[in-house]
Design a protein around this ligand. Structure first.
Ligand SMILES: [Zn+2]
Length: 307
């Protein structure tokens, strides 16, 4: 049976509410600091796991076990243990990394001796070995299968297709489509109702990002369910066509707002110092935090250089 998203949200809300009844405040504070792993079935043997870091996607059927992204080592172990219960402890046929960032690949090491293959886009694999502006972890399980544009595999009665649409959040992002389930893992190509991380050093581009989202939408059925790497506090990292359109429109609105400030003759410092939320996208919050400021910086540089 495939519960609907509304069911999950209702269940999660009930569980949270139930857990809070009669709980002392200190215990509540501790619970808030110690994320628990949560498995959420989505549709036709595909689901997601949330704990700390980028959302993990999974497929468990009678012939295959596949995971998308790995969070961090301890979190990956919790995920592996939970999926073992569902799969009867079969090996992981493959672990797919959506891109190189540490909150999506830090747990790869926990898959050593467990995953038969680790799959990533060519640039993502390169960035895992040499993260722009950072250091690779002391020990890591790196991809042994890389591809440039499309990679596909049969997984029991499911077909899984990974696609690279071009530069966006980094230069190595991919989507992973579970074709039968009609579920798509977006990695960090969607930050759900919050300002995104824009990794310029690793090749990010806002113009490219908007185009990538348009192409993803064109390539998938309108009733596809999308898993997101991250969501605003209190929201589940999952959504629909409408949510992708909303994030696409947010990116275009950032470009348009910064573009009109440039045309109005405002200086670079004035433009980058702006904190007020984007008109029409107030739910994303102000631009005060460094990560959010970087979004405006990226827009400004793209407009000024035409790149
Ligand atoms: Zn990322």
């Amino acid at each position: 049976m495939s519960p609907t998203r509304r069911d999950f949200l209702a269940t999660s809300a009930a569980a949270v509410a139930g857990g809070m009844i009669g709980t002392p405040e200190s215990a509540l504070a501790r619970q808030a600091q110690e994320p628990r792993g949560v498995f959420t079935p989505i549709r036709r043997n595909v689901g997601m796991f949330t704990m700390r870091g980028g959302t993990i996607g999974w497929l468990v059927n009678s012939d295959a076990l596949l995971e998308v992204d790995s969070q961090f080592p301890a979190e990956a172990k919790v995920c592996i243990a939970g999926l073992n219960e569902r799969s009867g402890s079969r090996p992981v046929d493959c672990l797919i990394n959506t891109h190189h960032h540490g909150d999506h690949t830090g747990g790869n090491i926990s898959f050593r001796g467990i995953a038969k293959h680790v799959v990533a886009q060519t640039m993502a694999a390169k960035h895992m070995h040499n993260p722009p502006g950072g250091q690779p972890p002391a020990d890591q399980l790196y991809p042994d299968v890389t591809f440039d544009v499309v990679w596909a595999t049969d997984a029991g009665d499911e077909k899984v297709t990974a696609r690279h649409y071009g530069r966006a959040h980094t230069s190595g992002d991919i989507t992973i489509t579970f074709e039968q389930a009609n579920v798509v893992h977006m990695g960090d190509l969607v930050f759900h109702r919050r300002h995104p991380v824009v990794d310029r050093a690793a090749g990010a581009t806002l113009r490219g990002w908007a185009e990538v989202l348009s192409n993803v939408l064109a390539d998938h059925p309108k009733d596809a369910i999308y898993i997101f790497g991250h969501a605003a506090t209190g929201l589940q990292p999952i959504g629909t066509y409408t949510d992708l359109v909303r994030f696409h429109d947010y990116i275009e609105a950032v470009m348009a707002a910064v573009g009109s400030e440039v045309r109005a003759g405002r200086s670079r410092d004035e433009i980058l110092a702006a904190r007020e939320p984007l008109a029409g996208f107030e739910d994303y919050g102000p631009f005060g935090r460094p990560g959010a400021r970087e979004v405006r910086t990226c827009a400004y540089e793209e407009i000024m250089t035409g790149a």
